[in-house]
Design a protein around this ligand. Structure first.
Ligand code: ASP
Length: 341
């Protein structure tokens, strides 16, 4: 009798432990935000006081269009790569951002654009730098990844590759936007007073990027930019540099950066966040906060990142006055922020 009681107690105890283990696993799973997309429209020095209500509204509308498009793709079982590319393409087509149509001007009054995309599953990547008249540089970056054995192509070579693949171009006038042109004129005037090699230090918003996690658990990230106003001599920033401006790895996270590119390249920002997660077991929030608000800030670099991890947690730290940013998960609730709020 005594033996039987002991056994039934043991069985009960094991059953209880098993039940608790399964319940915890379920709870943990339920706590994961799951698939989703996070985007940015650049970080910079513009304050709310300097923004018109009209521009604010236009930005909110465009960012929600971008997030809803990404959401629909992911909801229908589309890949994170497709969601990222589509999100960036919409922002490239809008004059509101410093990418594609609204790209800033170089010292010579041309537009030279950079873009990159990375697949977190295979860690395949594609990037283009200093391309002119390419309507959507992010499309070209994806083609470099999928239709060539290379990772990065620049200038004339990238444009010849684009022509071979019938990539859409646009005339120079398409890329002319008055605010960007005026900004160059202002810089040219000021330049007489300071170092002629100086680009735009107190730089404004505009570069675009996206990072997503799809239903299959695959991460992807991409970034597109016109670079910095008044840049010279074929200057290339961090946006097309894998590891600096863009990085994705299914084991950790997907990241897209925006800010003063020279500092982001030297700090290998996007990869640094992933490495802290991989080697130190840090959470996405902790790793990205540390890299942007501690390391990069002390180094003198201004800007921010948007990132999503393999569970769907998002982080959007920045050390500037603001960063246009937003995200959406499975529930479809779109979150958009412009300033430090
Ligand atoms: N990171 C970009 C560059 O340096 C600029 C930006 O993000 O605003 O080219």
């Amino acid at each position: 009798m005594q033996v039987l009681e002991n056994w039934s107690q043991k069985i009960l105890r094991v059953a209880l432990v098993l039940f608790l283990a399964v319940a915890t696993a379920f709870e943990l799973q339920a706590a994961d935000p799951g698939w989703g997309i996070v985007i940015h429209g650049g970080a910079g020095a513009t304050l709310k006081e300097n923004m018109t209500a009209e521009k604010e509204r236009a930005l909110q509308l465009k960012l929600s269009e971008v997030l809803n498009t990404g959401h629909t793709i992911l909801e229908n079982g589309g890949s994170s790569l497709d969601a990222v590319q589509a999100a960036i393409r919409i922002m490239e087509d809008s004059p509101l951002f410093n990418a594609g149509r609204g790209a800033v001007f170089t010292h010579e009054g041309t537009n030279e654009m950079d873009a990159s995309i990375m697949d977190g599953r295979s860690r395949n990547s594609g990037a283009v730098a200093g391309v002119q008249l390419i309507k959507n540089p992010i499309n070209l970056a994806r083609l470099v990844m999928e239709k060539s054995p290379h990772v990065m192509m620049a200038g004339k070579g990238a444009e010849s590759f684009a022509a071979q693949h019938d990539v859409k171009t646009a005339p120079a006038e398409y890329f002319y936007t008055e605010p960007r042109w005026d900004s160059l004129q202002k810089h040219l005037k000021q330049q007489n007073l300071k170092d002629p090699l100086e680009t735009e230090r107190d730089h404004k918003f505009g570069t675009v990027g996206a990072a997503a996690l799809d239903k299959d658990g695959n991460l992807a990230a991409g970034t597109s930019t016109g670079g910095m106003t008044n840049k010279r001599f074929g200057r290339i920033g961090d946006s097309p540099v894998i590891g600096a401006g863009t990085y994705a790895n299914n084991a950790t996270c997907a990241v897209s950066a925006t800010g003063h590119g020279e500092y982001f390249i030297r700090s290998v920002v996007a990869y640094d966040i992933s490495a802290l997660m991989e080697y130190k077991g840090m959470s996405l929030q902790k790793a990205s906060d540390y890299v942007i608000n501690d390391k990069l800030k002390k180094f003198g670099g201004s800007g921010g990142v948007i990132a999503i991890d393999k569970h769907g947690n998002v982080a959007m730290p920045f050390n500037t006055a603001g960063m246009f940013r937003g995200y959406v998960h499975e529930d479809g609730e779109v979150v958009i922020r412009l300033y430090n709020n």
